[in-house]
Design a protein around this ligand. Sequence first.
Ligand SMILES: C[S@@+](CC[C@H](N)C(=O)[O-])C[C@H]1O[C@@H](n2cnc3c(N)ncnc32)[C@H](O)[C@@H]1O
Length: 413
Amino acid sequence: MAEHPAYPVGLRLTGRRVVVLGGGQVAQRRLPALIAAGADIILVSPEVTPSVQAMADAGEITWHQRPYEEGDLADAWYALIATGDTEANTRASAEAERNRVWCVRSDDADEATAWTPATGHSEGVTVAVLTTDARGRDPRHTAAIRDAVVEGLRDGTLVAPHHRTRTPGVALVGGGPGDPDLITVRGRRLLAEADVVIADRLGPRDLLAELPPHVEVIDAAKIPYGRFMAQEAINNALIEHAKQGKSVVRLKGGDPYVFGRGMEELQALAEVGIPCTVVPGISSSISVPSAAGIPVTHRGVAHEFTVVSGHVAPDDERSLVDWPALARLTGTLVILMGVDKIGKIAEALVAHGKPADTPVALVQEGTTAAQRRVDATLATVAETVRTEDVKPPAVIVIGEVVKVGPTATAPRE
Ligand SMILES: C[S@@+](CC[C@H](N)C(=O)[O-])C[C@H]1O[C@@H](n2cnc3c(N)ncnc32)[C@H](O)[C@@H]1O
C-alpha cells in the first residue's frame, strides 16, 4: 500500500474510555496528557512504575493488575499499547483493528493506526508535530521542531500575534537590567505583539532593534511635556495610544515597581478605565551586583539586604530614608540612583556608626557590554567615584558581601 501522510486530528477525550496496556516508561510519559484531557483511563498491566502507581493511588486512572486479555479494548475509543510483550501487543492491536479503535503502539509504529505527535503548549495553543510517513519517523526531530516552535512562541522570537483574543490596553513590562536575555518570557512575547512600545533609557534597549517595522517605538525621555510633568506626559502618551485600540507596551528597566513609578502609571490608566497588565522584571538591585560577582546575601556574612534610593542626600528634607537606622544594620545595603550623592551618603553612614573601612562596590551599566566594577570603602568612595569617573546608571553595594568571592571561606554560622 502506498504510504499516505497521517491525518492530524485533536481527540476530545473527556469522559471517554482510553485503554492503556503496559505500565512502564511509555505509559508514564503519555498518561499525564491523557489525564489532562479528562479521559476515563483503564490501565492494564501486571506491574507499573512508581509514578504510574501514584496516578492510580490518586484515582487519576483505574489500574487492573494483570496482563492484557482479549476483550480489554471492547469499550475503548482509543488505545495505547505499550507492554513489553510483542506478542501481546500484536494481539491487542489486532483487537483494536477489529473493533475500529484507533491505537498507538510503542513497539511498532508501522502496525499502529495512530501516532502520538510531539506536543507542547503555549498560551492556550497546543503545538503538535508529526512526521509525514512511517519511514520518515524521527521522534527526536519532531521533538526538536516542537521545542523550537513552543520556545519561539514563548519568547516572542516566533511572532504569531493574537487576533481575536488580543485585548488592547497597556502592559507595564519589567525589562530587566539591560541584557536582552534577562527579560521574562512573558515580557518578550508582549513586546513582540505590541503596536506601540514606550521605552525607558534603562532596560533591554537592544530588543527594540528587533521589533518589526510597523511597531512604533517611542523614547519615554523624549516625549515633549510642555505644561505637564515628564511623568504625566508619559501617562498621557500611554492613554492616548491605548484609546486608539492599540496594544501598548511600557518597557521599563528592572522591575516596574522598584523605583520605577509603575504604580503611578497603572493608577493613571485605571482612572480612565484602560486595562493594564504588569509583568514583573528582574530588578537591577539584585541582578547587577550578581552580574559583578557579588551575592547580596551570603551565609554567615549577611542575613539581610536593604534596597535604598540615593537620589536625594541624607540631609535633604525630602529624604524618606532613615540613614541612622541603616548605619546600624549589619547586612548589605544596595543603593540605586546614588552615584551623585554617594559622598554625602557615605559620610552619613560613618557619622552614625558604620565602620569607615566597610567595603563598597559600584557596578556601572551592569549586565551590558559596558559593565564595569569599581571597589572602594566608605572612607574612599567619594574620591574613587571622581578619580574613576563612575557615571550613572550604577548600583552601589555596601557591606562585607562585596569581599565574598569564589574562593570559599567557612561561614561563621
Ligand atoms: C529609576 S531606577 C529604576 C530601577 C529599576 N526599576 C530596577 O528594578 O532595576 C534607576 C536606577 O537603577 C539602577 N540601574 C538600573 N539598571 C542598571 C544597570 N544596568 N546597571 C547599573 N545600575 C542600574 C541605577 O542605580 C539607576 O540609577
